[in-house]
Design a protein. Structure first.
Length: 255
């Protein structure tokens, strides 16, 4: 459970709240240390906002959010049996998978990508895998698994998701982890997308700067190498089945 909490709070992605008043912090949230930690991340500019919900067997018991410089804001308490559309969950769920696989000894979080691939791929396939992944002198090789999880790897995000910058626009033009991938319409193999992504420069040196990015997609590809299974199968075996979840869908039918 501690890993789930860590994974969530490292990559919490939230959206604007509905009412921007300044209520007192609910008593049942006051003792939660993560509120202070998340608040600091907003104040220093690392995150634009966050939402935090406390849930017990009776359902949500507290719900607050913080947005930019507007302080803690009130949010309508969700219905116990209501359906909420949650965005950005691929990040904490993929991180949880990485933590579980690392716990099983498949790799270390502080391994560089080069070390990770060298330890995960069969010797006969190693040279071709490294060659396809990135050029020998690429800064990509200095990225660690922890960097990918923390979004400090130096990648950009795709302009399809309103990400700024010329590199984000290049990602969009080339179809790198944009709307088509998000909607499940891309037919390009994951390894090919990662290879093309790594032919482009990084926006920051690995480990030097936080920036929400496509690093989770790269992490997913690497986890497939380490586990020798498709990502959805790894998620089922390491996350869904141990938690008793019969399904772990990313999309729901419109009905």
């Amino acid at each position: 459970m501690k890993y789930l909490r860590l994974s969530f709070f490292l990559n919490c992605v939230a959206f604007a709240a509905s009412a921007f008043s300044e209520p007192e912090l609910p008593a049942n949230l006051a003792p939660i240390k993560e509120v202070t930690a998340l608040d600091k991340l907003v104040k220093n500019g690392s995150w634009p906002q966050f939402q935090l919900s406390v849930v017990n067997e009776e359902g949500p018991v507290g719900y607050i959010a913080k947005h930019d410089d507007r302080g803690i804001v009130s949010v309508t308490k969700p219905e116990r049996n209501g359906i909420a559309r949650l965005f950005g969950l691929s990040k904490p769920i993929t991180n949880l998978l990485a933590l579980k696989m690392a716990e099983d000894g498949l790799f270390s979080l502080d391994q560089t990508i080069y070390e990770f691939i060298s330890n995960s791929v069969k010797k006969d396939d190693l040279a071709s895998t490294l060659k396809k992944f990135a050029e020998p002198d690429s800064d990509v090789w200095r990225i660690t698994i922890r960097d990918l999880m923390n979004h400090t790897a130096g990648y950009a995000n795709n302009a399809d998701f309103i990400a700024p910058g010329d590199l984000a626009k290049t990602y969009s033009r080339r179809g790198l982890f944009g709307i088509n991938c998000f909607a499940g319409k891309s037919r390009t193999p994951l390894g090919d997308l990662v290879s093309e992504l790594n032919s482009l420069p990084l926006v920051a040196a690995p480990g030097s700067k936080f920036g929400l990015s496509v690093s989770t997609d790269v992490l997913g590809f690497l986890l497939e190498l380490a586990g020798n299974q498709r990502l959805e199968d790894l998620l089922r075996n390491y996350v869904a089945m141990p938690l008793g979840m019969s399904d772990l869908p990313s999309n729901f039918p419109s009905s």
